[in-house]
Design a protein around this ligand. Structure first.
Ligand SMILES: Cc1cc2nc3c(=O)[nH]c(=O)nc-3n(C[C@H](O)[C@H](O)[C@H](O)COP(=O)(O)OP(=O)(O)OC[C@H]3O[C@@H](n4cnc5c(N)ncnc54)[C@H](O)[C@@H]3O)c2cc1C
Length: 449
């Protein structure tokens, strides 16, 4: 059993709780070094609560294979700490600045999700700071089970996760990768469905164009004949069509998408050798790109250049989960009507608990496919705001899917609350934030307050 910072946790927690108590009844927001929230915020009168020092691994129990972490611990640091003991969290989102509490409150995913579901499904216990400054411990079966199930996808509108417990996954030193090309969508999704209960360790895919669908299977291994390095001059996603077999250290596998933000670093012109050398290895990561994108968004540089060139652009940055039986239709829709490429594919195996999370309900008998697509779409025609995003929202609803809320959402209020289960949400709000100290989920995720 390893414990660190555990002694000081109650002191820091109680100090934060006092701060929360003395905060007036107005919108509160977290103050921390990074964020992966992708909608721009309309400036409001928010009161900031600094949670920067809730970033420690508190405990790792090697015998029982569990870990306890503080909620604002970025996965980059959490993984460094757990790998030393031969473990990783069961589902590690690809961007290393995402925090473990953020992945629960805002939904995460990765290539172990076909086996273990989404990060919040793996959590067994959480300590949550409420609006009135009290702290509650919630588990799936105690008196705060409603909050345990209600917190995922609540985006800090019900309380803040300060500490959580989750199983830890034993790792080997390397991951062997096999990239395989499929030309037919039915076959592609059929193979994914068949692999759902196999003994492979990791599964994801990349769509580079119509009839160009790659599936990547990963297996832990103790030895490797060679290892590739995609942390500097070589780019991981470009290797997928080029190499049938590849080997990475387990750490490089976990962060394979971070160096180039999947493929989105192309928008920052850092995918050629000259620019990569100029920027330097240390700055090639999602932390840098997020800063640049926020700066760009603040000053409207890209929008200005587009307008000068006679273009209108719409940001289409979404992760959508669709039941696998409708995945072919959704992919066809994306290729035909949206046109963002590449598309990241990640299967999600739902668990028995999955439809009990009222703000992110999934059918426990289904496998889902997460489609991740992130770009700005340019056109000569001026469309109404959110034109493509609205189409995506409607198609998602038609196909029984569900959309993550970290980015832009354009739902009408009634429609939003039908999808994200208003009756459960307002009951939770009444019990845990009756005075509305936090914004509500619609205000935060659609109205961008
Ligand atoms: C471009 C992009 C790509 C993404 N790709 C992936 C991906 O590949 N895999 C993946 O798993 N996820 C992905 N995400 C989603 C990401 O996991 C969520 O947005 C997550 O909420 C970000 O966590 P964060 O720690 O950065 O939180 P922040 O961005 O700081 O906060 C997000 C929201 O959650 C709330 N929040 C944060 N921490 C807590 C807490 N401890 N308790 C309660 N509420 C909290 C905040 O108030 C805020 O409303 C992506 C997001 C973006 C923008």
């Amino acid at each position: 059993m390893y414990t660190a910072f555990a002694d000081s946790y109650p002191v820091r927690r109680d100090r934060l709780a006092q701060q929360m108590q003395s905060t007036a009844n107005a919108a509160v927001r977290l103050k921390k070094d990074t964020s992966n929230l992708f909608r721009d915020r309309i400036d409001g009168q928010n009161q900031e609560l600094s949670v920067r020092d809730f970033n420690h691994l508190l405990e790792i129990d090697i015998e029982n294979q569990t870990l306890v972490s503080e909620g604002m611990n970025p996965y980059g640091e959490l993984v460094d700490a757990t790998l030393q003991y031969g473990f990783m969290p069961m589902v590690v989102p690809q961007l290393n600045t995402i925090t473990i509490g953020g992945a629960v409150a805002g939904i995460g995913i990765e290539s172990t999700s076909f086996k273990f579901g989404l990060p919040h499904e793996t959590v067994t216990e959480m300590e949550v700071l409420l609006a009135d400054g009290s702290i509650v411990n919630c588990t799936p079966s105690n008196e705060h089970a409603d909050l345990y199930f209600g917190l995922p996808n609540s985006y800090g509108t019900l309380g803040y996760v300060l500490k959580l417990k989750t199983p830890a996954l034993p790792v080997k030193q390397f991951v062997k990768l096999n990239h395989k090309l499929y030309r037919d969508t039915e076959e592609f999704f059929g193979v994914i469905a068949a692999l759902r209960n196999s003994d492979i360790d990791f599964l994801d895919g990349s769509v580079f164009g119509r009839n160009e669908y790659y599936l990547t299977i990963g297996q832990f291994t103790d030895t490797a004949p060679f290892t590739s390095d995609y942390t500097y001059l070589d780019i991981y996603y470009k290797s997928i069509p080029e190499k049938e077999t590849d080997y990475l250290t387990v750490k490089d596998y976990i962060w394979r998408w971070d160096t180039d933000w999947f493929w989105c670093s192309k928008n920052l012109y850092v995918q050629n050798g000259f620019m990569r050398r100029l920027v330097g290895k240390k700055r090639l990561n999602s932390r840098t790109y997020t800063k640049v994108m926020r700066w760009n968004s603040k000053w409207g540089i890209t929008n200005f250049l587009n307008r000068m060139g006679g273009y209108h652009s719409e940001s289409v940055i979404q992760d959508i989960d669709i039941p696998i039986e409708n995945a072919t239709e959704f992919l066809d829709f994306l290729l035909r009507e949206i046109g963002v490429l590449p598309i990241w594919i990640c299967p999600v195996g739902t668990s028995d608990k999955s439809d009990q999370f009222p703000l992110f309900p999934m059918n426990p008998n289904s496998t889902y496919i997460n489609f991740g697509f992130w770009d700005s779409v340019k056109s000569r025609q001026k469309n109404p705001p959110g034109y493509l995003n609205r189409k995506i929202e409607r198609k998602t609803a038609d196909l029984g899917g569900i959309k993550s809320l970290y980015s832009d959402a354009y739902y009408e209020e009634d429609e939003f609350w039908t999808i994200y289960r208003s009756e459960n949400y307002w009951a939770l709000k009444e019990r845990y934030d009756p005075n509305g100290k936090f914004l509500n989920l619609y205000e935060k995720s659609v109205l961008r307050k």
